[in-house]
Each structure stands twice: as structure tokens, then as C-alpha cells.
Design a protein around this ligand. Structure first.
Ligand SMILES: Cc1cc2nc3c(=O)[nH]c(=O)nc-3n(C[C@H](O)[C@H](O)[C@H](O)COP(=O)(O)O)c2cc1C
Length: 345
């Protein structure tokens, strides 16, 4: 059992999830110990068998960190020592926002899951860009997840952040408060946004809204529009809202192992629609090499995770990559093998 699981996690899990989260942030805010630990524990991913390509990016490994942990790009130096194949930072919002009232995070320990109602708190694009600029040369690709409530806002953040990241991931957001049972329809924003991004120099990835994955026709339309606009990649996840009296808003979006099967089914559905015409990043409940392989078989090229970082600690990416290597034997992730999906159709 890792030091984190045996000693540190019980201490952190004895605190509220929000407090533990901010402590983890403070701990990762000073890079030198993480740089030393990265070298000492052999965290970095360097085996050529794990190399893969996604959305025009060469990834040293298929397991990345998902958006939301480092919302303001404060922890890039530390996180880049932990063996992730890529880092997704953000969501970077145009202007500073407080987010929803606390508490905002809850753990569902029996299922290795989390609920959140963060409400996209952000220190705004100017703050994040300054951090990205200072970070400079990087060991692993950095994907900037950006948000906004209109096509104009998102396009503006896109072109300001673009010089400082390797790719950008779009989080389309609902400008209004939805009534009970209503779902967010991102198509109007997407249709207005895609032509504005034609002049981009870096790859763009669309994060499929979770509501959209529940409506196959709409997901198909989003995917076709992305393909037509030469969007370089999709991120497909799972996750849904539940009532959660323990959080400030009274509801939570669930993440972690609880959503794994749904996320996998969503990736399969998206891959059937995409038929190999746009690469997919799978997300939702990944915590083992078997989860990664299931996502790859379902049609993903790579995955990212958040909850498993909280549950398994800083060695999670290295551990999964190592387990993957044991399964791969002498084959590589990029070579045709039973681990890779075949484009459907
Ligand atoms: C506390 C918390 C905050 C998150 N914040 C963001 C965010 O700011 N932007 C975003 O696109 N996703 C955010 N996410 C979603 C994660 O990127 C990821 O898609 C989700 O947690 C599912 O992956 P997992 O099952 O590995 O946790 C957040 C998730 C959690 C748990």
C-alpha cells in the first residue's frame, strides 16, 4: 500500500473535502519536494511503448490529469513531475468568479467517487495566463480548459490563452439557470463559436457536455459539426446531477468510479458516431489499467482522471502506466493490438 493511502489519506479524509482540497493545493504549491519525489520515486513516464497521439499532440503516456484540479494554473511545476501523460488545467474563465457557496465537494468513499458543485470558481484568464507564461518549457503537454457563457467570451479567452498551452479544451456552459428537468443545449453556442476559431494555431478539443451524451441525436450533431470544423479532438465523459443536501447548492455532479460504466458507454456511442474521424479522450471513473484498456477498446486514444488522484494520491498516473506496461508486454499502445479499438462502421 502506498504511503499516501496508508498514512496521508486517512488524515486528509478526516477533514472536510473542501479543507483537504485546499490543503492539497497548498502542499503542491511549492514545487521542490515534488521535483525531488518525482525523481526519487521514478514518477515520470518515459517508456516508448506508452507513447500515443491525441488531437495532434504527442503524449508520453495515455493517462492525463483532468480539468478542475488546477483551475488557475498554480501547480504546473509540481503536477508536471507526477508522471501524467498530459495536464489539463482550468477551467479558465474570462473574469474572476467566486463560484458556488461552500461546501462544494463531498466524498462518496464506498464507491471511490466525488460530488462537486464548484460553480466554476476562477481567478480569471489574466491570472492563469501569467502562471502559464512563467511555467515556460514543459515536460508534458498542457491542455488549457477554457470556459465562458457566450461564443464571443470563449473565443476571446481561446486566443489569449492559446500561445501558452499545447491545446485548448472547450467547456461550453449554460448562461441561464436551468429549471428542473431542463437540459443545457450547447448547439447554438457551438455553431456560433466554431467559425470564430478557424484562425487557431493550436488544436482544439470539445468537452462534450454530460447532458448531451444522454441524447444520441444531439451528440451526433455535435460530433458531425466538430468534424466539419476540423476540431482536433473530443472529450467524452459521464457524470450526472444528484440531490446532495451536504453541499451549499443542495445538489452535486458525481464523478469517480460511480460513473465509470456510463462514461464507457458514452465513449462507445461517440466512437460509433465518429467512426475514427475525430480522436476521443475518455473520462470518468478511471483508476486502474483495466479501466484505461476498456476505454481504449471502446474507442478512446487516451484518458484523463480526477477522482483517482484524490483517492490514490500522487503516484496514480505512474502506477496505472506501470500496470499498462505489464499488460502490453512487448507491444506498444500505438501499434495495432487487441488493446486498441477498431474504428466502428
Ligand atoms: C472537485 C471537482 C472540480 C472539477 N472542476 C472542473 C472544472 O473546473 N472544469 C472541468 O471541465 N471539469 C471539472 N471537473 C470534472 C473533471 O475534469 C472530470 O471530468 C470528472 O471529475 C470525471 O473524472 P473522474 O471520474 O476521474 O473524477 C471537476 C471535478 C471535480 C471532482
Amino acid at each position: 500500500m502506498s504511503f499516501y493511502r496508508a498514512a496521508l489519506r486517512p488524515l486528509l479524509f478526516g477533514l472536510s473535502a473542501d479543507t483537504a482540497h485546499s490543503l492539497a493545493h497548498s502542499g503542491l504549491g511549492w514545487a521542490p519536494p515534488w521535483q525531488a519525489l518525482g525523481a526519487l520515486q521514478g514518477l515520470e513516464v518515459s517508456d516508448p511503448r506508452l507513447r500515443t497521439r491525441y488531437a495532434g499532440l504527442d503524449l508520453p503516456g495515455p493517462v492525463g490529469l483532468a480539468a478542475g484540479f488546477d483551475k488557475n494554473c498554480d501547480l504546473l511545476v509540481s503536477l508536471s513531475c507526477l508522471g501524467f501523460g498530459f495536464l489539463t488545467v482550468g477551467t479558465i474563465m474570462p473574469e474572476p468568479r467566486y463560484g458556488n457557496p461552500f461546501p462544494r465537494i463531498v466524498r462518496y468513499e464506498d464507491t471511490g467517487s466525488l460530488g462537486d458543485s464548484m460553480g466554476v470558481p476562477s481567478k480569471g484568464r489574466a491570472y492563469a495566463i501569467e502562471n502559464l507564461r512563467r511555467f515556460g518549457a514543459r515536460k508534458v503537454p498542457v491542455i488549457g480548459n477554457i470556459g465562458g457563457f457566450s461564443a464571443e467570451e470563449i473565443a476571446c479567452v481561446f486566443f489569449e490563452v492559446e500561445p501558452y498551452v499545447d491545446a485548448l479544451e472547450l467547456s461550453l456552459m449554460c448562461p441561464n439557470v436551468l429549471g428542473p428537468g431542463e437540459v443545457f443545449n450547447e448547439l447554438p453556442v457551438l455553431i456560433e463559436l466554431l467559425p470564430r476559431l478557424e484562425a487557431r494555431k493550436k488544436p482544439v478539443i470539445l468537452r462534450m457536455p454530460n447532458d448531451t451524451t444522454k441524447e444520441l441525436d444531439r451528440m451526433a450533431e455535435v460530433i458531425e459539426r466538430c468534424i466539419a470544423a476540423k476540431v482536433e479532438g473530443l472529450k467524452i465523459g459521464g457524470g450526472w446531477k444528484i440531490p446532495e443536501p451536504g453541499l451549499g447548492t443542495g445538489s452535486a455532479t458525481v464523478h469517480g468510479r460511480m460513473i465509470r460504466e456510463t462514461a464507457l458507454a458514452n465513449v462507445e456511442a461517440a466512437a460509433r458516431i465518429a467512426r475514427g474521424r475525430i480522436p476521443i479522450k475518455g473520462n470518468g471513473g478511471i483508476s486502474t489499467a483495466a479501466d484505461v484498456l476498456a476505454m481504449l477498446r471502446a474507442g478512446a486514444c487516451c484518458v484523463d482522471l480526477y477522482s483517482a488522484f484524490i483517492y490514490e494520491g500522487w503516484t496514480v498516473a505512474r502506477d496505472i502506466h506501470r500496470e499498462l506496461l505489464e499488460t502490453l508486454g512487448r507491444s506498444t499502445l500505438s501499434s495495432p493490438s487487441p488493446h486498441r479499438s477498431q474504428p466502428a462502421g
